[in-house]
Write a protein that binds this ligand. Structure first.
Ligand SMILES: Cc1cc2nc3c(=O)[nH]c(=O)nc-3n(C[C@H](O)[C@H](O)[C@H](O)COP(=O)(O)OP(=O)(O)OC[C@H]3O[C@@H](n4cnc5c(N)ncnc54)[C@H](O)[C@@H]3O)c2cc1C
Length: 392
């Protein structure tokens, strides 16, 4: 097959779409356009090994520079796309260039949700390598670090800062850490370990206002207390990057709505990764997932479909987080469980939680039990999940 595939976004989904198209034998042109200016690279280590100083920038690259030449993938880096013209099948960049396509793959990801409080202008967020460099430099200078958001990214940042002997405070609006995705038993283990490392955890608390005093900050909390910090970080969720798609008239609803092959409401435009909203047979509903596994597997499905192979997306979702010695691996989607059981020992931080709905296993979270995680993915894969819908 020939033609010109243009991919917008050079994250896990965009890179994988290019790689899979070549693996599938696509013989036409591939152009990868990205607002990021560095070579396509991984994100998960940014809040873990990279900030800990254990991983170099080079080790984050998906491929060495020569790979793009060998595979005839044209890189347009540091280039923001500002418009899609679906009727004329072309893109417009912020410098006014037009890029024609026969097929377009949107892999625009998501942007950090900004902290909605007065004085938040100096707050730093982590989304890409440039952010990580900035945070790394500021972290070296800071003695007291305040982190708003007790989700995965906020807590990974807290772990890095605490291991660097900083005075760390985490401010979380919910009543537990990682409440949206974890059961109380797991939230409890993470809280205990963070507190053992000296992290102060403020639950049921919102940052109401940040005041700058010389080079430090005073954060006023909803419980009437204040936290003093030299550096304020926030990880309070993301917003899917759907502006381009919406302006082009593609159907969007918490992400760009796609069918089981990744096609949007315009058949020669696909959307994959964090920006895509797709029916997931393992969650039994439409949703948007923010994970490397999902970005990679949706990109593979879209590339195959573009090459004429119609394999509906059906992969067990899985995620992970690393904080101190805690390695948590999650398989399946636990939301909506009506029963759970625990295998192993929560007191030694080595156990798995099995979630059921209507008597059927729907998800397994494994803490420091990688064997359980691998078995869980196989069990869930073999389970009798509902078939994928063919709706758009
Ligand atoms: C710090 C951090 C740690 C993480 N840790 C984990 C983890 O441990 N496990 C896990 O499973 N997931 C983790 N994730 C989530 C995971 O990295 C994302 O789900 C994944 O990167 C999504 O890939 P993507 O390609 O869809 O989007 P992204 O990686 O966000 O890429 C989007 C790309 O689109 C580009 N773009 C957007 N709009 C435009 C435009 N208009 N013009 C041109 N380019 C544009 C951006 O510049 C970027 O290159 C982490 C994420 C972060 C930020």
């Amino acid at each position: 097959m020939t033609g010109q595939v243009v991919i917008v976004g050079s994250g896990h989904a965009g890179f994988q779409a290019a790689a899979s198209l070549r693996e599938e034998g696509f013989a036409g042109g591939i152009t990868l356009v990205s607002a990021d200016d560095g070579l396509p690279s991984q994100k998960p280590p940014l809040s873990k090994g990279f900030l800990q100083g254990k991983q170099t920038e080079e080790s984050l690259l998906f491929r060495v520079p020569a790979w793009y030449e060998t595979n005839a993938v044209t890189l347009r880096l540091g280039v923001r796309v500002v418009q899609i013209d679906p009727l004329g099948s072309q893109l417009k960049t912020e410098t006014g260039d037009a890029i024609p396509y026969t097929h377009l793959i949107l892999a625009t990801g998501a942007a950090n949700r900004p902290l909605p409080c007065p004085g938040a202008d100096d707050v730093l967020y982590l989304r890409n390598l440039a952010d990580a460099r900035r945070i790394g430099a500021r972290l070296e200078q800071a003695r007291r670090v305040a982190i708003v958001g007790g989700g995965f990214i906020g807590l990974e940042l807290a772990a890095v800062a605490a291991e660097n002997r900083k005075t760390v405070t985490v401010v979380e609006a919910g009543s537990r850490l990682m409440e949206r995705v974890l059961p109380p038993v797991l939230s409890g283990v993470f809280r205990r370990v963070h507190e053992q490392q000296g992290v102060q955890i403020r639950l049921n608390t919102v940052a109401q206002c940040i005041e700058k005093q010389n080079e430090s900050y005073s954060i006023q909390l909803s419980d009437g207390q204040t936290v003093a910090a030299d550096l304020v970080l926030a990880g309070i969720g993301v917003i899917p990057e759907t502006n381009l798609a919406q302006a082009a008239g593609l159907v969007c609803d918490n992400g760009i709505v796609v069918n089981e092959y990744g096609q949007t409401s315009v058949s020669n435009i696909y959307a994959v990764g964090d920006c895509a909203n797709q029916y997931n047979p393992f969650a039994r509903r439409r949703l948007r997932l923010e994970s490397v596994q999902n970005a990679v597997d949706q990109a593979k499905t879209a590339a195959k479909h573009l090459m004429g192979e119609a394999h509906p997306y059906r992969v067990v979702p899985w995620f992970w987080t690393h904080q101190y010695h805690l390695k948590l691996q999650m398989a399946g989607i636990s939301a909506g469980y009506d029963q759970f059981s625990v295998a192993g020992n929560p007191e030694t931080d080595t156990f798995s939680v099995y979630y059921y709905a209507d008597g059927q296993l729907i998800a397994v979270d494994s803490l420091n039990r990688p064997g359980d995680h691998l078995k869980a993915r196989k069990l869930l894969e073999a389970g009798s999940c509902l078939p994928a819908h063919s709706e758009r």
